[in-house]
Design a protein. Sequence first.
Length: 152
Amino acid sequence: MKRKRLLLKRLLAPVSDDRGSTIPLILGFFLIGLLVVAGAVLASDAFTRQRDLQSICDGAAVAGANAIDGPAARTRQLSATLPLAAVQAAVQRYLAEDAGRGEVRIEAALSADGSTVLADCHVHTRPVFAGLIGHPDGLDQHARSQAQGVVQ
């Protein structure tokens, strides 16, 4: 009976040395390291996707600006209608040239003088590890660009 009490007392007594404390410490640092790496991959992926969207938006604005009829834009009065249909058609043709641009939505507009195309681009992306920042369904990314048509 005394032996059982002594054994029970030893099991319940606080540990006076550091036995077994390094394994939880190593696991904790490993988890922190994984979170840092996942955050870096997420930031890099989101930045790359934003850069690609900006590139597509720049190209669409240039394509729309190339569709502007230079002499007609130069002589156009403010009360005349602007060739927005031709600009929007050029932007849609630009998007259709590459299957990778299929998810991008672009709203094209003309400036008041009819010589500058304004492109507003939107896409919903799903970067890796987006769930870590509370967006498991993905992120909405936006880009804006403008290009001036050649007015001779």
